[in-house]
Design a protein around this ligand. Structure first.
Ligand code: NAP
Length: 306
Protein backbone atom coordinates (compact mmCIF):
# COMPACT_ATOMS: atom_id res chain seq x y z
CA UNK A 1 0.00 0.00 0.00
CA UNK A 2 1.59 3.24 -1.07
CA UNK A 3 -0.43 6.33 -1.84
CA UNK A 4 0.95 8.01 -4.98
CA UNK A 5 -1.72 10.70 -5.38
CA UNK A 6 -3.83 12.10 -2.55
CA UNK A 7 -6.84 12.65 -4.79
CA UNK A 8 -7.46 11.14 -8.21
CA UNK A 9 -10.36 12.36 -10.37
CA UNK A 10 -11.66 10.07 -13.11
CA UNK A 11 -13.67 11.92 -15.77
CA UNK A 12 -15.83 9.47 -17.72
CA UNK A 13 -16.74 6.23 -15.96
CA UNK A 14 -16.52 3.45 -18.54
CA UNK A 15 -14.38 0.36 -19.00
CA UNK A 16 -11.01 2.05 -18.57
CA UNK A 17 -11.94 4.38 -15.66
CA UNK A 18 -13.71 1.62 -13.74
CA UNK A 19 -10.75 -0.74 -14.24
CA UNK A 20 -8.44 2.02 -13.03
CA UNK A 21 -10.57 2.52 -9.93
CA UNK A 22 -10.49 -1.16 -9.01
CA UNK A 23 -6.74 -1.34 -9.71
CA UNK A 24 -6.13 1.78 -7.58
CA UNK A 25 -8.10 0.23 -4.73
CA UNK A 26 -6.34 -3.12 -5.07
CA UNK A 27 -3.02 -1.45 -4.27
CA UNK A 28 -4.14 1.58 -2.22
CA UNK A 29 -2.63 4.09 -4.64
CA UNK A 30 -4.84 7.10 -3.83
CA UNK A 31 -6.23 8.75 -0.72
CA UNK A 32 -9.55 9.39 -2.46
CA UNK A 33 -10.91 8.74 -5.94
CA UNK A 34 -13.64 11.02 -7.25
CA UNK A 35 -15.56 10.28 -10.43
CA UNK A 36 -17.80 12.05 -12.90
CA UNK A 37 -19.80 10.86 -15.92
CA UNK A 38 -22.00 13.06 -18.09
CA UNK A 39 -25.18 10.97 -17.73
CA UNK A 40 -27.14 10.63 -14.50
CA UNK A 41 -27.68 6.98 -15.38
CA UNK A 42 -23.95 6.21 -15.34
CA UNK A 43 -23.46 8.22 -12.14
CA UNK A 44 -26.29 6.27 -10.48
CA UNK A 45 -24.81 2.96 -11.58
CA UNK A 46 -21.41 4.03 -10.26
CA UNK A 47 -22.91 4.91 -6.88
CA UNK A 48 -24.82 1.62 -6.75
CA UNK A 49 -21.75 -0.55 -7.41
CA UNK A 50 -19.35 1.52 -5.27
CA UNK A 51 -17.34 2.75 -8.24
CA UNK A 52 -15.34 5.73 -6.87
CA UNK A 53 -15.18 6.93 -3.29
CA UNK A 54 -17.27 9.92 -4.30
CA UNK A 55 -19.32 10.32 -7.49
CA UNK A 56 -19.83 14.00 -8.33
CA UNK A 57 -22.63 15.61 -10.33
CA UNK A 58 -20.28 18.01 -12.09
CA UNK A 59 -16.81 17.64 -13.58
CA UNK A 60 -15.78 20.83 -11.77
CA UNK A 61 -16.58 19.27 -8.38
CA UNK A 62 -14.76 16.05 -9.28
CA UNK A 63 -11.47 17.77 -10.22
CA UNK A 64 -11.44 20.31 -7.36
CA UNK A 65 -8.36 19.64 -5.23
CA UNK A 66 -7.30 16.58 -7.26
CA UNK A 67 -3.57 16.09 -7.79
CA UNK A 68 -4.25 13.70 -10.68
CA UNK A 69 -7.08 14.13 -13.20
CA UNK A 70 -7.53 11.41 -15.83
CA UNK A 71 -9.77 12.00 -18.85
CA UNK A 72 -11.42 8.65 -19.66
CA UNK A 73 -13.89 9.74 -22.36
CA UNK A 74 -13.89 9.00 -26.11
CA UNK A 75 -11.09 10.76 -28.00
CA UNK A 76 -13.53 13.09 -29.78
CA UNK A 77 -14.86 14.39 -26.44
CA UNK A 78 -11.46 15.14 -24.83
CA UNK A 79 -11.21 18.79 -25.93
CA UNK A 80 -14.66 19.73 -24.72
CA UNK A 81 -14.11 18.00 -21.36
CA UNK A 82 -10.72 19.72 -20.95
CA UNK A 83 -12.36 23.11 -21.55
CA UNK A 84 -14.98 22.29 -18.92
CA UNK A 85 -12.52 21.30 -16.18
CA UNK A 86 -9.69 23.75 -16.92
CA UNK A 87 -10.85 26.62 -14.65
CA UNK A 88 -11.27 24.23 -11.72
CA UNK A 89 -7.90 22.44 -11.77
CA UNK A 90 -5.65 22.72 -8.73
CA UNK A 91 -2.25 24.34 -9.24
CA UNK A 92 0.45 21.67 -9.66
CA UNK A 93 -2.04 18.95 -10.63
CA UNK A 94 -1.19 16.40 -13.28
CA UNK A 95 -3.73 16.04 -16.10
CA UNK A 96 -3.62 12.81 -18.08
CA UNK A 97 -5.88 10.80 -20.35
CA UNK A 98 -6.26 7.24 -21.62
CA UNK A 99 -7.23 7.99 -25.23
CA UNK A 100 -6.32 5.51 -27.95
CA UNK A 101 -4.94 8.28 -30.20
CA UNK A 102 -2.34 10.72 -28.91
CA UNK A 103 -1.49 13.55 -31.36
CA UNK A 104 -5.16 14.56 -31.73
CA UNK A 105 -5.75 14.45 -27.96
CA UNK A 106 -2.69 16.60 -27.30
CA UNK A 107 -3.93 19.10 -29.87
CA UNK A 108 -7.45 19.13 -28.46
CA UNK A 109 -6.62 19.20 -24.73
CA UNK A 110 -3.32 21.11 -24.49
CA UNK A 111 -4.57 24.60 -25.40
CA UNK A 112 -7.24 24.53 -22.68
CA UNK A 113 -4.91 23.72 -19.78
CA UNK A 114 -3.49 26.45 -17.54
CA UNK A 115 0.32 26.79 -17.30
CA UNK A 116 0.40 25.68 -13.69
CA UNK A 117 -0.62 22.04 -14.36
CA UNK A 118 1.41 19.15 -15.84
CA UNK A 119 -0.04 17.49 -18.91
CA UNK A 120 1.09 13.85 -19.33
CA UNK A 121 -0.99 12.02 -21.96
CA UNK A 122 -1.08 8.24 -21.64
CA UNK A 123 -2.54 5.17 -23.31
CA UNK A 124 -2.98 1.82 -21.57
CA UNK A 125 -2.83 -0.92 -24.21
CA UNK A 126 -5.53 -2.97 -22.58
CA UNK A 127 -9.23 -3.31 -23.16
CA UNK A 128 -12.11 -5.60 -23.95
CA UNK A 129 -15.10 -5.35 -26.27
CA UNK A 130 -17.27 -4.35 -23.29
CA UNK A 131 -17.94 -0.80 -22.18
CA UNK A 132 -19.64 1.14 -19.42
CA UNK A 133 -19.17 1.48 -15.65
CA UNK A 134 -19.88 -2.18 -14.88
CA UNK A 135 -17.38 -3.60 -17.35
CA UNK A 136 -14.16 -2.80 -15.46
CA UNK A 137 -11.99 -5.13 -13.40
CA UNK A 138 -8.84 -4.68 -11.31
CA UNK A 139 -6.56 -6.93 -13.35
CA UNK A 140 -7.20 -5.35 -16.78
CA UNK A 141 -3.78 -3.66 -16.90
CA UNK A 142 -1.71 -6.49 -15.40
CA UNK A 143 1.32 -7.14 -17.57
CA UNK A 144 -0.08 -4.92 -20.34
CA UNK A 145 1.77 -1.84 -21.60
CA UNK A 146 0.91 1.73 -20.74
CA UNK A 147 2.54 4.25 -23.06
CA UNK A 148 3.24 7.73 -21.69
CA UNK A 149 3.45 10.48 -24.30
CA UNK A 150 4.77 13.55 -22.46
CA UNK A 151 4.61 16.81 -24.38
CA UNK A 152 7.71 18.97 -24.74
CA UNK A 153 8.69 20.80 -21.60
CA UNK A 154 6.77 18.53 -19.21
CA UNK A 155 8.18 18.29 -15.70
CA UNK A 156 10.08 14.95 -15.65
CA UNK A 157 9.01 14.32 -12.02
CA UNK A 158 5.35 14.41 -13.07
CA UNK A 159 6.09 11.83 -15.77
CA UNK A 160 7.98 9.54 -13.38
CA UNK A 161 5.18 9.78 -10.81
CA UNK A 162 2.48 8.90 -13.35
CA UNK A 163 4.64 6.04 -14.61
CA UNK A 164 4.94 4.67 -11.08
CA UNK A 165 1.15 4.96 -10.70
CA UNK A 166 0.55 2.85 -13.85
CA UNK A 167 3.17 0.34 -12.76
CA UNK A 168 1.42 -0.07 -9.42
CA UNK A 169 -1.83 -0.63 -11.34
CA UNK A 170 -0.07 -3.60 -12.94
CA UNK A 171 1.19 -2.17 -16.23
CA UNK A 172 4.60 -2.08 -17.85
CA UNK A 173 5.40 1.53 -18.70
CA UNK A 174 7.21 3.04 -21.65
CA UNK A 175 7.37 6.53 -23.15
CA UNK A 176 6.83 7.36 -26.80
CA UNK A 177 6.47 10.35 -29.07
CA UNK A 178 2.88 11.09 -30.17
CA UNK A 179 3.12 10.57 -33.95
CA UNK A 180 5.11 7.39 -33.48
CA UNK A 181 2.52 6.14 -31.00
CA UNK A 182 -0.27 6.78 -33.51
CA UNK A 183 1.56 4.90 -36.27
CA UNK A 184 2.37 1.91 -34.05
CA UNK A 185 -1.23 1.74 -32.83
CA UNK A 186 -2.55 2.02 -36.39
CA UNK A 187 -0.67 -1.22 -37.12
CA UNK A 188 -1.34 -3.11 -33.91
CA UNK A 189 -4.88 -2.02 -33.12
CA UNK A 190 -6.65 0.48 -35.35
CA UNK A 191 -6.29 -1.16 -38.79
CA UNK A 192 -6.99 -4.67 -37.36
CA UNK A 193 -10.23 -3.34 -35.86
CA UNK A 194 -11.28 -1.86 -39.20
CA UNK A 195 -10.50 -5.14 -40.96
CA UNK A 196 -12.56 -7.05 -38.38
CA UNK A 197 -15.44 -4.61 -38.80
CA UNK A 198 -15.25 -5.14 -42.56
CA UNK A 199 -15.13 -8.93 -42.39
CA UNK A 200 -18.12 -9.07 -40.07
CA UNK A 201 -19.96 -6.63 -42.33
CA UNK A 202 -19.24 -8.83 -45.35
CA UNK A 203 -20.47 -11.92 -43.48
CA UNK A 204 -23.58 -10.05 -42.45
CA UNK A 205 -24.32 -9.25 -46.09
CA UNK A 206 -23.68 -12.87 -47.00
CA UNK A 207 -25.94 -14.10 -44.23
CA UNK A 208 -28.87 -12.99 -46.29
CA UNK A 209 -27.69 -15.40 -48.97
CA UNK A 210 -26.78 -18.33 -46.75
CA UNK A 211 -29.70 -17.90 -44.38
CA UNK A 212 -27.76 -17.52 -41.11
CA UNK A 213 -25.29 -20.38 -41.70
CA UNK A 214 -22.55 -17.84 -41.08
CA UNK A 215 -23.71 -17.51 -37.49
CA UNK A 216 -24.63 -21.13 -36.93
CA UNK A 217 -21.33 -22.60 -38.14
CA UNK A 218 -19.24 -19.68 -36.95
CA UNK A 219 -15.69 -21.06 -36.73
CA UNK A 220 -12.76 -19.63 -34.82
CA UNK A 221 -11.61 -17.23 -37.54
CA UNK A 222 -14.89 -15.42 -37.97
CA UNK A 223 -15.82 -15.69 -34.29
CA UNK A 224 -12.60 -13.94 -33.29
CA UNK A 225 -13.38 -11.14 -35.75
CA UNK A 226 -16.86 -10.74 -34.23
CA UNK A 227 -15.39 -10.19 -30.77
CA UNK A 228 -13.25 -7.33 -32.03
CA UNK A 229 -16.10 -5.96 -34.16
CA UNK A 230 -18.33 -5.80 -31.07
CA UNK A 231 -16.20 -2.96 -29.64
CA UNK A 232 -17.77 0.35 -28.73
CA UNK A 233 -18.95 2.22 -31.87
CA UNK A 234 -18.39 5.73 -30.47
CA UNK A 235 -14.87 4.98 -29.30
CA UNK A 236 -13.88 3.46 -32.63
CA UNK A 237 -15.54 6.11 -34.74
CA UNK A 238 -13.42 8.67 -32.89
CA UNK A 239 -10.23 6.60 -33.27
CA UNK A 240 -10.56 6.54 -37.06
CA UNK A 241 -11.57 10.18 -37.33
CA UNK A 242 -8.60 11.30 -35.24
CA UNK A 243 -5.89 8.87 -36.39
CA UNK A 244 -6.72 9.37 -40.02
CA UNK A 245 -3.30 9.60 -41.67
CA UNK A 246 -1.62 6.67 -39.93
CA UNK A 247 -4.64 4.42 -40.37
CA UNK A 248 -4.93 5.26 -44.08
CA UNK A 249 -1.20 4.64 -44.53
CA UNK A 250 -1.47 1.16 -42.98
CA UNK A 251 -4.68 0.33 -44.85
CA UNK A 252 -2.91 1.27 -48.11
CA UNK A 253 -0.15 -1.22 -47.34
CA UNK A 254 -2.72 -3.79 -46.27
CA UNK A 255 -4.56 -3.46 -49.58
CA UNK A 256 -1.32 -3.99 -51.53
CA UNK A 257 -0.54 -7.16 -49.57
CA UNK A 258 -4.09 -8.37 -50.01
CA UNK A 259 -3.82 -7.93 -53.77
CA UNK A 260 -0.54 -9.88 -53.75
CA UNK A 261 -2.16 -12.74 -51.85
CA UNK A 262 -5.20 -12.59 -54.12
CA UNK A 263 -2.87 -12.89 -57.10
CA UNK A 264 -1.01 -15.83 -55.50
CA UNK A 265 -4.31 -17.65 -55.04
CA UNK A 266 -5.41 -16.93 -58.62
CA UNK A 267 -2.10 -18.05 -60.12
CA UNK A 268 -1.77 -21.04 -57.79
CA UNK A 269 1.46 -19.68 -56.24
CA UNK A 270 1.53 -22.00 -53.22
CA UNK A 271 5.11 -21.07 -52.33
CA UNK A 272 4.11 -17.41 -51.90
CA UNK A 273 1.21 -18.35 -49.63
CA UNK A 274 3.31 -20.80 -47.60
CA UNK A 275 6.16 -18.34 -47.11
CA UNK A 276 3.73 -15.60 -46.11
CA UNK A 277 1.91 -17.76 -43.55
CA UNK A 278 5.24 -19.01 -42.13
CA UNK A 279 6.31 -15.41 -41.53
CA UNK A 280 3.03 -14.47 -39.83
CA UNK A 281 3.09 -17.56 -37.62
CA UNK A 282 6.46 -16.43 -36.24
CA UNK A 283 4.89 -13.11 -35.20
CA UNK A 284 2.29 -14.94 -33.11
CA UNK A 285 5.13 -16.85 -31.43
CA UNK A 286 6.87 -13.55 -30.64
CA UNK A 287 3.74 -12.15 -28.98
CA UNK A 288 3.44 -15.24 -26.77
CA UNK A 289 7.13 -15.12 -25.86
CA UNK A 290 6.69 -11.46 -24.87
CA UNK A 291 3.95 -12.58 -22.43
CA UNK A 292 1.24 -10.62 -24.28
CA UNK A 293 -1.05 -13.61 -24.96
CA UNK A 294 -1.68 -17.21 -24.01
CA UNK A 295 -0.19 -20.16 -25.87
CA UNK A 296 -3.27 -22.27 -25.12
CA UNK A 297 -5.10 -23.46 -28.25
CA UNK A 298 -8.01 -21.21 -29.27
CA UNK A 299 -6.94 -18.60 -26.65
CA UNK A 300 -7.63 -21.09 -23.86
CA UNK A 301 -11.37 -21.25 -24.45
CA UNK A 302 -12.92 -24.20 -22.66
CA UNK A 303 -13.85 -27.05 -25.01
CA UNK A 304 -17.39 -26.99 -23.63
CA UNK A 305 -18.19 -23.63 -25.16
CA UNK A 306 -16.73 -24.38 -28.57
P1 NAP B 1 -16.70 3.58 -22.30
O1 NAP B 1 -16.72 2.35 -21.49
O2 NAP B 1 -17.60 3.67 -23.49
O3 NAP B 1 -16.97 4.87 -21.37
C1 NAP B 1 -16.91 6.17 -21.89
C2 NAP B 1 -17.23 7.20 -20.83
O4 NAP B 1 -17.11 8.48 -21.43
C3 NAP B 1 -18.63 7.08 -20.28
O5 NAP B 1 -18.63 7.37 -18.91
C4 NAP B 1 -19.39 8.19 -21.03
O6 NAP B 1 -20.39 8.80 -20.24
C5 NAP B 1 -18.32 9.21 -21.27
N1 NAP B 1 -18.60 10.01 -22.48
C6 NAP B 1 -18.92 9.53 -23.71
N2 NAP B 1 -19.07 10.53 -24.58
C7 NAP B 1 -18.88 11.67 -23.88
C8 NAP B 1 -18.96 13.05 -24.21
N3 NAP B 1 -19.25 13.46 -25.46
N4 NAP B 1 -18.71 13.94 -23.24
C9 NAP B 1 -18.42 13.55 -21.98
N5 NAP B 1 -18.34 12.25 -21.61
C10 NAP B 1 -18.58 11.34 -22.54
O7 NAP B 1 -15.24 3.89 -22.87
P2 NAP B 1 -13.81 3.26 -22.51
O8 NAP B 1 -13.68 1.96 -23.24
O9 NAP B 1 -13.57 3.32 -21.05
O10 NAP B 1 -12.88 4.29 -23.29
C11 NAP B 1 -12.49 5.51 -22.71
C12 NAP B 1 -11.23 6.02 -23.39
O11 NAP B 1 -10.22 5.01 -23.27
C13 NAP B 1 -11.37 6.29 -24.88
O12 NAP B 1 -10.68 7.47 -25.20
C14 NAP B 1 -10.69 5.11 -25.54
O13 NAP B 1 -10.10 5.48 -26.78
C15 NAP B 1 -9.64 4.73 -24.51
N6 NAP B 1 -9.25 3.32 -24.50
C16 NAP B 1 -10.18 2.33 -24.65
C17 NAP B 1 -9.79 1.01 -24.66
C18 NAP B 1 -10.79 -0.10 -24.86
O14 NAP B 1 -10.44 -1.18 -25.31
N7 NAP B 1 -12.05 0.11 -24.54
C19 NAP B 1 -8.44 0.67 -24.45
C20 NAP B 1 -7.52 1.70 -24.24
C21 NAP B 1 -7.92 3.03 -24.26
P3 NAP B 1 -21.88 8.20 -20.09
O15 NAP B 1 -21.71 6.82 -19.55
O16 NAP B 1 -22.50 9.11 -19.14
O17 NAP B 1 -22.43 8.20 -21.48
Amino acid sequence: MSVIYERVALIGLGLIASSMFWAIKRSGLAGEVTGYARSAETRDTARRIGLCDRVCDTAAEAVAGADLVVLCVPVGAMGQVAAEIAPHLAAGATVSDVGSVKAAVIQAVGPHLPDNVHFVPAHPLAGTEHSGPESGFATLFDNRWCLLVPVEGTDPDAVVRLGRFWQEMGANVDTMEADHHDLVLAVTSHAPHLIAYTMVGVADDLRRVTDSEVIKYSAAGFRDFTRIAASDPTMWRDVFLTNKEATLEILGRFTEELFALQRAIRTGDGAHLHDYFTRTRAIRRGIIEAGQDTDAPDFGRAKAVR
